[in-house]
Design a protein around this ligand. Structure first.
Ligand code: AMP
Length: 208
């Protein structure tokens, strides 16, 4: 099974992706995570991507397409994968079609107010990348999975979020129509409880 998670920043794609990948034994391919790992390791790709990410802009299509094309040739991805945060433009979606057959696109959405609240409250483990929300964290809490330090992503700060949401509307949301036209789009209400969203996605995937 090969699926795409589509939706604005903060809607819960990453959290849901972790659960769904475990349940359906899919490789979790998050382009944002791959880029952040490259920044952390100081690679050329990381250096090139950082300025775009920090401004809330998209990394150029050609860079991302090459990255995903390579990743999809790895054995775990060949067996089945969930693309989280890719494609983000129509050009990326068109390129993907050349090297991968997608079974379904799960589209999640939520109000702008809720997205902002979720993004500004998000904290990420510097070590393992697990995400948390401040409303469920004690002050000075560490990662409950590995004990790593929690931090706020630069691009999760309020000044950058507005641009990320604008970029989503302008460049990524046209994919809703794109995948609807192909009969692949399934929508889920991202405002519902985290467990309800998981169950709804599972129900969709079990029908495939
Ligand atoms: P995410 O973790 O998915 O929110 O991605 C964080 C940032 O990485 C985005 O705001 C973009 O700057 C960059 N990025 C991730 N995926 C893509 C993509 N498919 N195309 C372009 N830029 C991306």
């Amino acid at each position: 099974m090969k699926i795409i998670f589509l939706g604005p920043p903060g809607v819960g794609k990453g959290t849901q992706a972790e659960r769904i990948c475990e349940r359906f034994e899919l490789a979790h391919i998050s382009t944002g995570d791959i880029l952040r790992a490259n920044i952390k390791n100081g690679t050329e790709l990381g250096k090139a991507a950082k300025s775009y990410i920090d401004k809330g802009e998209l990394v150029p299509d050609s860079v991302i397409i090459d990255l995903v094309r390579d990743r999809l040739t790895e054995p775990d991805a060949v067996k089945g994968c969930l693309l989280d945060g890719f494609p983000r433009t129509v050009a990326q979606a068109e390129a993907l079609e050349e090297f991968c057959d997608i079974d379904a696109v799960i589209n999640m959405d939520a109000s702008v107010e809720l997205l902002i609240e979720r993004i500004t409250g998000r904290r990420v483990c510097r070590n393992c990348g697990a995400t948390f929300h401040i409303s469920r964290l004690a002050p000075d809490a560490a990662c409950d999975k590995c004990g790593g330090e929690l931090y706020q992503r630069n691009d999760d700060k309020l000044e950058t979020i507005e641009n990320r949401l604008k970029v989503y509307t302008a460049q990524t949301s046209p994919l809703i129509e794109y995948y609807t036209a192909k009969g692949l789009l399934k929508s889920v209400d991202g405002e519902k409880h985290i467990d309800t969203v998981t169950e709804e996605i599972c129900a969709i995937l079990e029908q495939l």
